[in-house]
Design a protein around this ligand. Structure first.
Ligand code: CP
Length: 309
């Protein structure tokens, strides 16, 4: 495959190949080998039109650990603020020789458009409310490391599904990998198309928690909401927040996830975010390894076994 734009583009074999490659890369880095020469001479451009901490930094770290050259572009401070279009920005980067363009954009569908304009691989690092496929891959990688194979595992995704590209990509990928997903959200924060998604829907978090192997909390995305539709923090936390009392309903081995950034005290209590069940910091570390696997496979890096002798 040339691009990674949607989790729906990944067959079960594609997804397992990425996760197994990430496992192999994690084992290599556990042997204190920090840098591999496999993408030497290749150029990865990080094209970020929306803010990011984790995704931008981890794609940069991933490309550098594979010895690629990295160009970081953020819309702030660029000619985008003078009105330059996505297409002209993309063609400018293309002229500089990008082998892969990692794009985050506020418009759903921007990575798909970009793929029609550039010769290199396009990786979707989050487009509007549409998808964030590498987040779903790093989440699946984290679940596999904690729980083993995902077939039959019960994953509950809670919160602002309406604005969440993370939720959509996770539902698609987890379904491909054989997990059973339940979404829990206020009716006003579910997309109207949710009936066609391959998952269950519930409005009762307390009823779903005891059956869950994974509880993934989503950020309430105020920046994408009309202020009139903000849920009040108290009411939202009372019905959909994960606090100590709710965690007590989960089984002993169940884990708590959050893609970050978190609204501590709203969708997740600070003591839950920092508890041993929480994989939030592991998710960030696993993001680098998973994104290394994606870049390595898309750019056809040299054989890992041969490179590390
Ligand atoms: N999870 C995630 O996409 O975080 P950033 O917005 O910080 O990249």
């Amino acid at each position: 495959k040339r691009h990674l734009i949607s989790a729906a583009d990944l067959s079960r074999d594609d997804a397992l190949l990425i996760l197994d490659t990430a496992d192999e890369l994690a084992k290599i880095s556990e042997r204190s080998i920090k840098k591999l020469p496999t993408l030497r001479g290749r150029t990865v451009v990080n094209l970020f039109f929306e803010d990011s901490t984790r995704t931008r930094i981890s794609f940069e770290a991933a490309a550098k650990r594979l010895s690629a050259d990295v160009i970081n572009f953020s819309a702030k401070g660029s000619s985008v603020s003078k009105g330059e279009s996505l297409k002209d920005t993309a063609l400018t980067l293309e002229a500089m020789g990008a082998d892969a363009v990692v794009i985050r954009h506020g418009a759903s569908g921007a990575p798909h458009r970009l793929a029609g304009w550039v010769r290199g691989s396009v990786v979707n690092a989050g487009d509007g409310t549409h998808e964030h496929p590498t987040q779903a891959l790093l989440d699946a990688f984290t679940m596999r490391r904690r729980l083993g194979p995902l077939e039959g595992r019960k994953v509950t995704i809670v919160g602002d599904v309406l604005h969440s590209r993370v939720a959509r990509s996770n539902v698609l990928l987890l379904n491909t990998l054989g997990a059973e997903v339940t979404l829990v959200a206020p009716p006003t924060l579910l997309p109207v198309t949710v009936d066609s998604w391959p998952c269950e829907v519930s409005y009762d978090l307390d009823a779903v928690l005891p059956k869950s192997d994974v509880v993934m909390m989503l950020r309430v995305q105020r920046e994408r909401m009309n202020a009139a539709f903000f849920p009040t923090e108290r009411e939202y936390s009372r019905r959909y927040g994960l606090d100590r009392d709710r965690v007590a309903k989960m089984h002993d081995d169940a884990i708590v996830m959050h893609p970050g950034p978190m609204n501590r005290g709203m969708e997740i209590a600070a003591e839950v975010a920092d508890s041993p069940r929480s994989t939030i910091v592991e998710q960030v570390a696993n993001g680098v390894t998973t994104r290394m696997a994606v870049l390595y496979l898309l750019l056809g890096g040299a054989d890992l076994g041969g490179e590390i002798q």
